[in-house]
Design a protein around this ligand. Structure first.
Ligand SMILES: Nc1ncnc2c1ncn2[C@@H]1O[C@H](COP(=O)(O)OP(=O)(O)OP(=O)(O)O)[C@@H](O)[C@H]1O
Length: 128
């Protein structure tokens, strides 16, 4: 019986992983903003490789990329659930969507600031 349970649990874990991957594929295919953030993240990684950022700087940059992408996915989830539950116009729905979009904007603004803190000194030392 315990091996049955183990089998079920590992199956559940595998299914959970697959549906999570399906969620990532869904946003890549359907959400333009997510693709823009993905490209921005790739540019940051290439810049990090070219400018040889430190381990600590890599950690901060990767956390920043993960934060923006994850928030964009949560924003998409909120938009979709609101469209499903309340397709008609309502100020409360608008407020929920605005706040979720605002969360992505906050993360994006701070990511740009972090990128400038890390990359600007390296760029200026190369250029001047
Ligand atoms: N049902 C609604 N009731 C009131 N306002 C709404 C409603 N749907 C959308 N809005 C307003 O329009 C804005 C954009 O909502 P929408 O669902 O079109 O997101 P979107 O433009 O697809 O966002 P994203 O570009 O992040 O995918 C919301 O932030 C909100 O201000």
């Amino acid at each position: 019986m315990s091996s049955d349970l183990k089998g079920n649990n590992s199956n559940k874990g595998w299914i959970g992983f697959r549906v999570a991957c399906a969620g990532i594929i869904l946003v890549i295919r359907n959400e333009r903003n997510f693709r823009i953030h993905l490209v921005a993240g790739a540019i940051v990684i290439i810049a990090g490789l070219l400018l040889r950022v430190s381990l600590l700087e890599w950690t901060v940059l990767l956390l920043t990329i993960a934060m923006v992408l994850s928030l964009e996915m949560i924003n998409t989830s909120i938009e979709r659930v609101m469209n499903h539950l309340s397709p008609e116009f309502h100020p409360a729905v608008g407020a929920v969507k605005d706040v979720a979009a605002g969360a992505v904007l906050v993360a994006a603004i701070f990511s740009i600031i972090i990128g400038m803190i890390i990359f600007l000194p390296k760029l200026t030392s190369i250029l001047f």
